[in-house]
Structures are given as structure tokens and as C-alpha cells.
Design a binder for this molecule. Structure first.
Ligand SMILES: C[S@@+](CC[C@H](N)C(=O)[O-])C[C@H]1O[C@@H](n2cnc3c(N)ncnc32)[C@H](O)[C@@H]1O
Length: 444
């Protein structure tokens, strides 16, 4: 746990920047009106417009196997024409939905707005078509920009070169319009463009999020093996827990799972404390609309009705957990204590727990991994009847060592590790009696 803290302190959050108080008072600021697009394409003389008013198509990207949760989140936000793809969900909506999607989606990594789809077989074609786009209607010369790319094609073997040709097209387009050229900034650009190439099929999108959405803004201290915030939220959503019974994160590390649980239970958007979204760099950035979306988000806050417990054995990790909980304003909602899961009694009689145990690869264990998982199994069996325990782990052997029969098995990815998220329903006596007992209670 020797990694240097990565402070996000001192940077104003989006709420601070817009001067939104808890009362939801909105600043009066002028709405920017984008210039009318009079651009014409040299080939067919038809103007190419980048549609950012009315309704348009968007794509939210996610981790593998998080598509069902992302789809449900988009349904809840009122998205239309939803189509589930691999690691992405397409949908239709307006600028307000684009802002809401960035602020509210717990499982999305980015929200992209496709602007141009075309076919190209070589770098020259790639460049020429991109040159026709009225980039100057999206952002002005003072903004910096960058191009991210995802390339899978035999025609374009160097993704960096393809990105460079799009960069050239953008710069040349500004010059051709007698405008100053915008500068490229690799690390912290104002505007981000996403280039996707699949064989000869090219899609250019505006990346409305910028820094990926799992960077919520509450993580103060970096831990050696924190779980990704989108994964943590996705696991909670998969468990069906929504804040109606107690929740326990017994090996909390930096408290990501406990914090995401508190955000879900209180109906707080995960990205309320973000400092920046890339859509703020666009010409059509509508600060009043964003203020409205943030103000509405605060109005739907739900007070916590249950307990959220978190335990951690390691002192350094405990300190990180405390700092993150404070930074997320969840000090009063999460009961954090330094404790050994194996040596302390359950925090209450029943509830839902999500265990993210050490994988043995990145975190050293005093005992071997088999013994550690065996101890998890026997602790659950002997101490936790009445609870639903969900465990995320990467290998079958570890699950075997738990020695309990799961009632659900869901494949998930934790970074590059293929994992399983398994549910164990813990009860004393016969299963049939437990089913009858629980039938009065709404559980997954
Ligand atoms: C994979 S990490 C959890 C990461 C966490 N989900 C996060 O986002 O930071 C596992 C954690 O379990 C803790 N741990 C290991 N044995 C424990 C025990 N017996 N009781 C409580 N915590 C324990 C480790 O110190 C470590 O912080």
C-alpha cells in the first residue's frame, strides 16, 4: 500500500463551478447559440450537418457483461430506441439526456455522440471525408483537442497514423474556413474525438464524457487493488440491492463498493462531484441546461433507511477508505471500522453483502489463497445465516474452496481478469423452509 495518494482535492466540482447550492438555485447565464452551419461538401454539394439539436443517436460504452444494467439505467432515464450492442448500448435522446447520461449512468464508461459514418479504404479517403465535416460548428480555435481510436482493419494497420490523418483534416478544415487552427493536447484536451474503424467502416464520434465516467471525483487515495467504480456499481445492481435492507462490504479496501452502495440507496448520481465533462468544450455547451439537470438530480435525493457497513483489516487501506468516504460525503451513511471479517460478528441479523476478497496476485495474504477462501466459506456458513452473500473472484478453485453451493453465477470482468460473481443464500435448516420464510420478503 505504498502508492502515492492521487489527490483530486482542490479542483472545483461541476456543482461548485456552476455555483449550485443544495437548494438547487441555478445561475443565470447566457446560453450559447451555435452558428448556423453553411458548410457544403465539395463532392456532392450537400451540406454535412452535425446534429446536436433535437434528438440524436448516442452510444454509452460499458464493461463486458454490464450491458443489461446499462440498458435498464437508460430505460430509467427515458432514453428511446435503445439497442444493446457488445460492451455498448445505443440510444436516442436530446442534449438534456446527454447531460443526464453523463451524470447519472453508474455502469457507463463513456457517452459518445456519433457524428459521421462513412466508408474508406485508405488514409487519403479517411482524411478527405473528415475534411468535409464542419468541425468549426462543434468547437472553436481556442479549444484543444485529441483523437482516441479503436481500429480493427487490414486497411488501416497503424491506428496512430489514422488518428493523425483525422487531426490533419480537422486542422485543415479550420484553416480552410480562415480560422485559427486549434491545438492538439494529448493529456487534458478540451474536446475529444473518437475514431472507430472496423474494416472499411469509419465512425467519427464526439466523446461527451472525456475522462472515463468511473472517475467519479471522490477517490482521494489510490489503493493497490481498488475495484473499478463502474464494476462496483454494476455488481450492486446485479445483486438487486437498492437500499431496502442492510448492506455489508466486509473487505472494503478503499470503500468503493460501500460508497457506490450509498450512492444507489440515496439516489445520488455517481458523477455529481465530477470536475469536468468533455461536452463543456463544445460550442453548444448549455450551462443553464446542465444546471437544471444537476438541480433536478438533487431534488430526487432519498434519505438512507438502512445501514451500510464496511470493514477493513489493513490500517493503510482503512485510512484510504475513510478519506474516500469523507470525500464522497458519505461519512454519516457508511459505518466503517477496522476489523477482521473472520474474527468479528456480523454487523446485523440479515442483509446483502458483497465480498471482493484479495486475489492473491496483487495483495499478499498471510495464509494461502485456498485457506483464505475456505475461511470465507466457513465464516459465512456458521455466522451469516439470514444473509445473501455475493462474492467476486477470478478462479474456480477459490470458489470450490468456499464449499458452499451458489444460487447464481454471473461472469464479469475485473480489469483484464475474467471473474465470476456468485450468490450464496445463507440460512439455517432446510432450503424449503428458507424459501417460505423469504417469500414474504422481496429478494432477488
Ligand atoms: C481486493 S481488496 C478490496 C478492494 C476494494 N473493493 C476497493 O475497491 O478498494 C481486498 C481487501 O480485503 C482486505 N482484507 C483481507 N483480509 C481481510 C480480513 N480478514 N478482514 C477484513 N478485510 C480483509 C484487504 O486488506 C484488502 O483491502
Amino acid at each position: 500500500m505504498s502508492e502515492e495518494p492521487k489527490k483530486e482535492e482542490g479542483t472545483p466540482s461541476i456543482l461548485d463551478k456552476l455555483k449550485i447550492k443544495k437548494t438547487g438555485v441555478r445561475p443565470k447565464e447566457k446560453i450559447y447559440q451555435p452558428r448556423e452551419d453553411k458548410t457544403t461538401s465539395p463532392k456532392d454539394d450537400k451540406p454535412i450537418q452535425i446534429k446536436l439539436d433535437g434528438e440524436f443517436k448516442m452510444v454509452a460504452t460499458c464493461m463486458q457483461n454490464m450491458e443489461p444494467e446499462l440498458e435498464q439505467e437508460l430505460i430509467d432515464l427515458g432514453a428511446k430506441e435503445i439497442q444493446v450492442k457488445r460492451r455498448a448500448v445505443e440510444f436516442v435522446g436530446d442534449l438534456e439526456l446527454l447531460y443526464k447520461a453523463n451524470i447519472w449512468l453508474r455502469t457507463a464508461l463513456k457517452v459518445l455522440k456519433p457524428i459521421y459514418h462513412y466508408s474508406a479504404k485508405n488514409d487519403d479517403e479517411l482524411y478527405k471525408r473528415a475534411l468535409k465535416l464542419p468541425w468549426e460548428t462543434i468547437f472553436n480555435s481556442e479549444k484543444t483537442f485529441s483523437i482516441d481510436s479503436a481500429v480493427s482493419s487490414t486497411h488501416f494497420t497503424h491506428s496512430q497514423f489514422a488518428s493523425l490523418r483525422i487531426k490533419d483534416a480537422i486542422v485543415d478544415r479550420f484553416r480552410a474556413q480562415q480560422l485559427n487552427r486549434p491545438n492538439v493536447e494529448r493529456f487534458d484536451p478540451d474536446v475529444r474525438i473518437h475514431l472507430h474503424i472496423n474494416d472499411t467502416s469509419i465512425t467519427l464520434s464526439l466523446d461527451s464524457s472525456g475522462t472515463p465516467l468511473f472517475k467519479r471525483g471522490y477517490r482521494v487515495k489510490q489503493h493497490l487493488a481498488p475495484i473499478n467504480e463502474c464494476l462496483a456499481a454494476g455488481l450492486i445492481l446485479k445483486s438487486s440491492w437498492r437500499g431496502e435492507e442492510d448492506f455489508f462490504d466486509p473487505m472494503t479496501g478503499t470503500a468503493t463498493i460501500a460508497i457506490e452502495a450509498a450512492l444507489i440507496a440515496c439516489n445520488i448520481p455517481p458523477n455529481l462531484n465530477r470536475t469536468n465533462f468533455a461536452f463543456e468544450g463544445w460550442n453548444n455547451y448549455d450551462v443553464s441546461l446542465l444546471s437544471k439537470v444537476l438541480g433536478q438530480a438533487q431534488e430526487v435525493y432519498r434519505p438512507l433507511k438502512v445501514n451500510i457497513y464496511a470493514k477493513e483489516l489493513n490500517s493503510n487501506n482503512l485510512r484510504s477508505a475513510r478519506m474516500n468516504i469523507n470525500s464522497a460525503n458519505m461519512r454519516k451513511s457508511i459505518a466503517l471500522e477496522q476489523a477482521d471479517f473472520f474474527k468479528t460478528p456480523p454487523p446485523s441479523d440479515s442483509g446483502v453483502m458483497i465480498i471482493n476478497p484479495p486475489y492473491g496476485e496483487r495483495i499478499e495474504l498471510q495464509e494461502g489463497l485456498p485457506d483464505f477462501f475456505e475461511k470465507i466459506g466457513s465464516t459465512l456458513k456458521h455466522e451469516y445465516s439470514g444473509w445473501d452473500a455475493w462474492i467476486i473472484a477470478s478462479d474456480e478453485e477459490s470458489f470450490k474452496n468456499i464449499g458452499l453451493k451458489p444460487s447464481k453465477k454471473i461472469p464479469v470482468m475485473n480489469g483484464k481478469l475474467e471473474c465470476q460473481f456468485r450468490k450464496f443464500e445463507l440460512f439455517e435448516g432446510k432450503r424449503v423452509e428458507e424459501v417460505i420464510r423469504r417469500s414474504g420478503k422481496k429478494r432477488d
